[in-house]
Design a protein around this ligand. Sequence first.
Ligand code: PLP
Length: 441
Amino acid sequence: MQHLEGLAPLPVARGEGPWLIDADGRRYLDAISSWWVNLFGHCNPRINAAITDQLTQIEHVMLAGATHAPVVELSERLGRLTGLGHAFYASDGASATEIALKMSAHYWRNAGHPGKNGFISLENGYHGETVGALSVTDIPLFKATYAPLLRHTKQVPTPDMRRAEPGESAEAWALRCAEALDAHLAEHAATTAAFILEPLVQGAAGMAMYHPAYLARARELCDRHQVHLIADEIAVGFGRTGTMFACEQACVPFPPAGEDSAQKTPSNAARAQPAAIRPDFICLSKGLTGGYLPLSAVLTSDAVYAAFYGADTALGFLHSHSYTGNPLACRAALAVLDIFEHDNVIAANRVKAIEFTKIVEEVAAHRRVEHFRHLGMIWAFDVSDASPGFADRFHRVALAQGVFIRPIGNTVYAMPPYVVDAGAMRMLVDALLVSLGEAGV
Ligand SMILES: Cc1ncc(COP(=O)(O)O)c(C=O)c1O
């Protein structure tokens, strides 16, 4: 609260496409999609219409002993999209993480392996901040204070391509990290239920991007060692990385590790063999409702479903939230899926991303910028000489330029709603350049 005295929150009165409009009518580009949730703009007429229509039918009914058409249709469509035909609903991302962790451990218990109840996550991973989710999150700022409350979990090295040795390719580094995962699993598989990761981009770590070969290796290793793979697509799902889900970009190395170029960019993947992976659990939230309403879903396989199927209540997955599968939120999600289908959003975004990257690349040449990176509708870079308080100062200067952006530490990133146009991206770049050039930022 003391910090707010120096940096008052933006009083938002309205939204329109990618724009936030304050009480005085000033417009700000929502360059980070309101914490990565917004896909098709604020006050999108099609999503508004779906929710308004649902409001005239049923606003909410509990999802125990009752059901409703929007949740049934959404489950079927998400099942088709992910290849995982069983959906469990909650209200936010952290709850989805909790559900996936609990369901995985409970699966192993039902399968006769109660000792398989430990979890692995990636170094610097982020999966939410409730007690269970925070146990697999590895961001010291959020975690350290609550350490005594948390379950002990193990973190394996992050394939974050910025950590590659000089001259080492992103792919070779990712495969070295996978070796560390292999070594850990070889020793601890008997006490490990699941490995949870954010596919391709570790958002809260500062948009840390990694080579998709890691995903294929992680799938292979989890299979080999009989450990579940949980893909936390809460931030990267719904087209953010260029495919509907990031797991679709998994690839097996080609040429073999070591022979690749030293270029540290995700586009190395273009030379590898695509091999989409199917995790045992996919966690979805954020973009699921286009940024309208709190909803999350955990999708899982027939095998997991079967382990809970039976007459004994204790075998069942006992977990509930009052607003689970809220009909208004489900209608928003269905409207989002309709927009993806009717507007062929993934293909359209591919074209836009090329155009926008040309615009944003101007920033890459700035003397303070390092590790410029891009994937799908995410652009990020680190500021080499950022001093303490950089993120707040950058935020303030950018706001004065009409751009709402919040760096993570020394990482500046843009993750705009997909409805942004080239003019807005140009404005964003101008604001970034002014903010980078401003004395004291
Ligand atoms: C990858 C990932 N997982 C989980 C979460 C937690 O979601 P929520 O904030 O809805 O609890 C986030 C939020 O940023 C996230 O980025």
